[in-house]
Ligand binder design. Structure first.
Ligand SMILES: O=c1[nH]cc([C@@H]2O[C@H](COP(=O)(O)O)[C@@H](O)[C@H]2O)c(=O)[nH]1
Ligand SMILES: [Mg+2]
Length: 228
């Protein structure tokens, strides 16, 4: 397959760089268990990549939870404080980010997490790696990001932060979520998807390229410098 060469790269965070998706599953299941409900994988796929208040509303509606959005968010923050600080990296993420940094490829972070959530996940173990991102966009707390993924807003806001204002077609996005892939495509960007292995492959079709792990990604496919 032939892909178009790019010059700039945007990274999602949860489930792509950090192994936080399984922690979201634990946190949300802990909350809904009290009402005898189940946070299924099918439901999770719809929530992944959305902004925190959107995810809360979707879950409350889908499971008919007797809670307000604010109550759900307050409870989820309590869960996150317990679960997020010791999160691990996904395979290949550190190697790829450090490679782009070393090769002077402009990189940015485009996460639907809030800035507060970002610090919970990163500050204890991963601040050195994330310091390699000169700019970061936090979809759940940045007023410039009007709509969550699957809308393109976050990737357009993140791309506009590069000093040389690249066109969307110059940007390559890395994503794990269906909503994130749709958002990147809607922004006019190519997107490499690293899906949860449980995901049905029919749900990955909109991605430009699907890889099992970031360890398998070959930068030269998109005109970027190869690993030595
Ligand atoms: O099980 C879940 N996964 C993910 C999310 C949402 O998706 C975001 C992570 O998306 P991304 O990987 O695009 O940053 C989280 O901040 C959260 O808002 C969620 O609610 N529930
Ligand atoms: Mg993600």
């Amino acid at each position: 397959m032939v892909f178009n060469p790019v010059t700039h790269v945007l990274f999602d965070m949860d489930g792509l760089i950090l192994d936080t998706e399984k922690l979201y599953t634990v946190a949300f299941q802990n909350i809904v268990s009290r009402y005898g409900k189940e946070f299924t994988f099918e439901m999770k796929l719809k929530l992944m990549g959305t902004q925190a208040h959107e995810a809360a509303q979707m879950l409350i509606t889908a499971l008919d939870l007797p809670m307000t959005v604010d109550e759900f968010i307050t409870e989820s923050k309590e869960q996150f404080q317990m679960l997020f600080p010791d999160t691990a990296l996904m395979p290949g993420a550190k190697r790829l980010i450090e490679h782009f940094h070393k090769q002077n490829i402009p990189i940015g972070l485009a996460t639907s997490s809030s800035e507060e959530g970002y610090h919970l996940k990163v500050d204890k173990h991963h601040s050195d790696l994330f310091s390699l991102f000169p700019h970061k966009t936090f979809g759940s707390s940045d007023p410039k990001v009007k709509r969550g993924k699957p809308y393109p807003d976050i990737f357009l806001v993140a791309a506009a932060k590069f000093p040389d204002s690249p066109k969307p077609e110059q940007c390559l996005v890395f994503e794990d979520a269906i909503n994130g892939v749709k958002a990147a495509r809607a922004a006019g960007m190519q997107v490499v998807m690293v899906p949860d292995p449980r995901m049905d492959r029919s749900l990955t079709k909109e991605a430009t390229l699907v890889v099992d792990s970031l360890e398998d990604f070959q930068p030269q496919l998109f005109g970027l410098p190869p690993f030595e």
